[in-house]
Design a protein around this ligand. Structure first.
Ligand code: PBG
Length: 353
């Protein structure tokens, strides 16, 4: 045999030298669920280790995360029912607690990158991302509502706005509204290829934002389609998106790599709640090792072409790194003694450092 690929896997040093993909906490974004309370830390039942946080706990969480090297956060509001209406009015109301907490995080921790959620569902009595009339999601009349939400979020200090609604034309509409209001530096991370997925379950429970009737299949993409993602990407980029996103992540690695190879815009992957919950559940049963599974999953998302990964494991991974987690134990072959052998030439043994 002239070619033996195993030679390049012989030691941790060789594997390290030729590793094609790097993963760092810098690539990761931590989602946070915010509630309108001074102090609160309620666990999300369907997603262990994730909490709905009050104002005080949110600020503490951001501070702790910064100490672990995490700078990027995507924020979602848990909106009390009494603030919901058909038009998601509360989303751009001046008393909106989500906007207020954001401004406070930015004031205390200006080094953070804060990403918003632009969609009607957390604020809507219909639980849909757009305006509902006669059971239909109305595209064009949703756009001005999203634009108002976007401008209010830019004013609060978000660095990037995340339209997750999948209405046609929303990126361009938002971009114009932002520029007209003077927010030319606020970026847009567009949910470009967002699929109608079964894996959003824990998130909808966390936010209490499930649709009251019907499903989201007339606006979110069909999981059967790949090429359609290219149409969405071309539109979002033309309309001014600074990032494009694929969501969910693991069942859609082909889509991540398609967008990476066909565009120059940075690609984000949203490793969604249901995908994270599956790993935690299997680990709780003792079926997989969580640290190894998290490291492998995030590395594979990078390999497929994700520049940025939004994952509920951001803090878990940052902690693993802080505690010195080594995916490769560098102990083979046996470490040799650092003593000089008597057989060494004199010019080496006599050399004083
Ligand atoms: C809704 C939104 C959803 C998620 C992010 N924004 C759910 C949905 O489309 O119903 C899901 C994220 C996750 O599951 O982690 N605008």
């Amino acid at each position: 045999m002239l070619k033996r690929p195993r030679r390049n896997r012989k030691t941790a040093a060789i594997r390290g030298m030729i590793r094609e993909t790097q993963l760092s906490v810098e690539n990761l974004v931590q989602p946070l669920f915010l509630v309108s309370k001074e102090t609160s830390r309620e666990p999300v039942k369907s997603l262990p280790n994730t909490y709905r946080l009050g104002i005080r706990e949110t600020l503490k969480e951001v501070e702790d995360s910064l100490n672990l090297g995490i700078t990027n956060f995507i924020l979602f509001p848990v909106v009390p029912d009494q603030y919901k209406d058909k038009f998601a009015t509360y989303s751009h109301h001046e008393d909106n607690f989500y906007l207020k907490i954001t401004a406070e995080i930015k004031r205390r921790f200006p080094e953070t990158c804060l990403i918003s959620d632009v969609a009607m569902d957390p604020y809507s009595t219909d639980g849909h991302d757009g305006l509902v009339r006669d059971g239909k999601i109305i595209n064009d009349e949703t756009l001005p509502i999203l634009a108002k939400m976007a401008v209010a979020q830019a004013a609060a200090g978000f660095d990037l706005l995340g339209p997750s609604d999948m209405m046609d034309g929303r990126v361009g509409y938002m971009r114009q509204a932002l520029d007209a209001a003077g927010y030319t530096d606020t970026g847009i991370m567009a949910y470009t290829a967002k699929y109608a997925s079964a894996f959003y379950g824990p998130f909808r429970q966390a936010l209490d934002s499930a649709p009251k009737s019907g499903d989201k299949k007339t606006y979110q993409m069909d999981p059967a389609n790949q090429r359609e993602a290219l149409i969405e990407a071309a539109l979002d980029i033309e309309e001014g998106a600074d990032f494009i996103m694929v969501k969910p992540a693991l069942n859609y690695l082909d889509v991540i790599s398609l967008l990476k190879n066909n565009t120059e815009t940075p690609v984000s992957a949203y490793h969604v709640s249901g995908e994270c919950a599956m790993l935690i559940a299997a680990a709780e049963k003792g079926w997989i090792d969580l640290d190894q599974a998290v490291q492998e999953t995030l590395m594979c998302l990078r390999r497929a072409g994700s520049d940025v990964i939004i994952t509920y494991f951001t803090k878990h991974y940052a902690r693993m790194m802080k505690q010195g987690y080594q995916p490769e134990e560098r102990k083979e072959p046996k470490p040799h003694a650092r003593k000089h052998s008597s057989k060494m030439p004199a010019f080496i043994t006599n050399y004083k450092i």
